[in-house]
Design a protein around this ligand. Sequence first.
Ligand code: SAM
Length: 235
Amino acid sequence: MTSFHFAQIGTIHSPYKEKFAIPRQPGLIEDGGGELHLLSPYNQPEAVRGLEKSSHIWVMFIFHQTMDGGWRPTVRPPRLGGNTRTGVFATRSTFRPNPLGMSLIELKGIRCQGQNVILELGSFDLVDGTPVVDIKPYLPFAESHPDARAGFAQQAPDSDMPVEFLPQAEQQLAEYFRSYPHLRRFITQVLGQDPRPAYRKGAESEKDYAVNLLEFNVRWRVIGGLNQVLSLDKN
Ligand code: SAM
């Protein structure tokens, strides 16, 4: 079997500090963007010359946090409730023979500062520290097919589960407003997707959940189909 070696060309800086609660595809959460920092020797302004003319780019990356989990010929996509087995190549599962991911992401700008070449990215689905192995400009004339059939996920997932901030969380939102004016919207959209594991969905849950977003540990619980945010403590 032939194998190939790829070099990491950059690293993702993301508001999602862990895999839990990350949207399953880019573009689903308004404020969920970040940056791609190119690494030496790829951090040369010439290497991205002309890329600023593209509004969207393909970012190819390594599922580095799950790559040790190996792969199976079938997986159970959360989108299908976590019970239906589907061929791995018919899904976007992170557990693949080669742990390669690809996300189509808005390119908001490029900054070259000293040794740093930084791509400013719109809403994405990547955890902080994700290694990137390639970037390509998106070509809508060839790659946009709005009427295409999309197998296991024809439409964006529901993301309108209501979210309420309890008094302590409200107070913290007000405290952080200056530095994070969109924090309420960001947390509302992340929790609105109902990030709980598929097997817990629908269950009336007494359990509290927590996730690290930006510099906050966000704690919430689910009561009667409502997300109640308990607190957002700084890490
Ligand atoms: N858009 C890409 C694709 O289709 O190849 C990724 C789709 S994958 C379903 C998205 C999920 O991968 C996220 O919700 C998150 O849980 C997980 N993820 C993101 N970055 C990761 C990383 N570096 N390692 C492992 N899993 C990651």
